[in-house]
Design a protein around this ligand. Sequence first.
Ligand SMILES: *[C@@H]1O[C@H](CO)[C@@H](O)[C@H](O)[C@H]1NC(C)=O
Ligand SMILES: *[C@@H]1O[C@H](CO)[C@@H](O)[C@H](O)[C@H]1NC(C)=O
Ligand SMILES: *[C@@H]1O[C@H](CO)[C@@H](O)[C@H](O)[C@H]1NC(C)=O
Ligand SMILES: *[C@@H]1O[C@H](CO)[C@@H](O)[C@H](O)[C@H]1NC(C)=O
Ligand SMILES: *[C@@H]1O[C@H](CO)[C@@H](O)[C@H](O)[C@H]1NC(C)=O
Ligand SMILES: *[C@@H]1O[C@H](CO)[C@@H](O)[C@H](O)[C@H]1NC(C)=O
Length: 444
Amino acid sequence: MFSSVVNRKFTYSFCIFLCIVKSVHPILHPVVFIPGDGGNQLEAKLNKSNVVHYICEKSTSDYFNIWLNMELLVPIVIDCWIDNIKLIYDNATRTTHNPPGVDIRVPGFGNSETVEWIDPSHATSGAYFKDVANTLVSLGYVRNVSIKGAPYDFRKAPNENQDYFVKLKKLIEDTYEENNQTSVMLIVHSMGGPTSLYFLNLQSQSWKDKYVKNLISLGGAWGGSVKAIKVYAMGDDLGSFVLRPSIMRPQQISLPSTAFLLPSPLFWKPDEILVQTDKKNFTLSNLEEFFKGISFLDGWEMKKDTEKYQLDFKPPGVEVHCLYGTGIDTVERLYYKKGTWLDGIPTLIYGDGDGTVNIRSLTGCQYWRAIQKQKVFYEAIPNTDHMGVLSSNLTQQYITRLIQKNEVNLKEYSNDIFSFTQWLTKLFHHVPDNEQSTKESQSI
Ligand SMILES: *[C@@H]1O[C@H](CO)[C@@H](O)[C@H](O)[C@H]1NC(C)=O
Ligand SMILES: *[C@@H]1O[C@H](CO)[C@@H](O)[C@H](O)[C@H]1NC(C)=O
Ligand SMILES: *[C@@H]1O[C@H](CO)[C@@H](O)[C@H](O)[C@H]1NC(C)=O
Ligand SMILES: *[C@@H]1O[C@H](CO)[C@@H](O)[C@H](O)[C@H]1NC(C)=O
Ligand SMILES: *[C@@H]1O[C@H](CO)[C@@H](O)[C@H](O)[C@H]1NC(C)=O
Ligand SMILES: *[C@@H]1O[C@H](CO)[C@@H](O)[C@H](O)[C@H]1NC(C)=O
């Protein structure tokens, strides 16, 4: 009796000690942020012989912030900006390059600041992974130690970003070592989804098992978006910033990342109408004619260069958490009224999504559930747009729950949420056949 009291007392104080130690130093899986299109800072240095307007600077003594820099996005100055940040396509090498005399670099690789804030002045409009990083800090994470950023030249698609994937691998390995050999969580946004999928599929399963704890995607554009079609037709602010679409268009259509974000043939049927006019309808099966119609055949070439990265949709082989906003009007089709053509102003026909990415693309990660053994979880965040998913309290709560292991509310995908799964299933060879998948859904 006596000894058991002592034992209990001892156990109790021992536990208090351990529990305190544990809550002060929980094992935290470090985080690497992988941003989407426009999701990190860029710097430029100029030594140009020609400029588009006399007010444009020809040369600078050092690098300056070119993205995001609101001061450069005002009338006239924006013409200089476009002439510096656009890319020029070379249809012989099938690559893009900066305009002559422009050098662009990606600052801050490895640190979190350049992906937390797209605008280095930290103006509110340039907040990006900031809220998620603050959530992590409140849980005991430390910026630059257990919170890292992996910015890249988001103007380009994976075909031209091969160096980035080498650097990203090293960053993940280094972060693992620096954090007492603890596997890394990849928190990605938008185009960071397909970009990280491509990266993970370059790695062996044993590398992923060792280094990657999970992939948390916020608004992942898994199957592209009709918004990219809208960008080619009329320009867009990409849901991110208060910029005039038509002014942005020449810059946006010059970027291979825009082609990479076109609706994927795995998610849109070949005959689904994307652009409707009274003379001709445009679908994925005659998209080349759309590019002819807007007189931008380089766009079609870039589409051909990047499509194989859309089609490579193998499961990532790591645990996935897919969070995405829903309930926001998202363009599904461009409708040009009778008597107008592609140079007119279309009516936008909307469907569900996060305002930038269509719902079928946001939920694309569900497909992997049937074909990888690592779990795939999801959470739809109602009435939240493409940028809002980064700051939403529900996102912060989900990430907090996940890190603190209170997984009570986490949902796994069920097979029957979207009939679209069946369409996807048909497109893949390595998917269970119909009989098996029927059996599987019955057992759920
Ligand atoms: C700027 O470009 C010119 C050629 O157009 C070259 O002669 C000059 O060395 C360059 N200046 C710098 C600082 O790179
Ligand atoms: C490349 O561009 C040139 C000039 O615009 C054009 O004449 C040629 O047909 C293009 N080649 C391909 C393969 O698109
Ligand atoms: C992270 O590192 C960068 C570059 O060295 C530095 O500018 C920044 O202040 C660091 N952030 C923190 C929170 O230490
Ligand atoms: C690192 O991990 C080892 C083994 O799990 C543990 O014994 C050690 O205390 C940890 N070190 C730190 C600094 O967390
Ligand atoms: C385009 O599609 C609409 C809707 O399906 C259809 O009514 C129309 O006839 C089509 N127009 C042309 C020119 O094929
Ligand atoms: C989000 O959480 C913060 C802090 O907990 C709270 O102040 C704010 O009201 C919440 N916002 C919404 C929309 O729930």
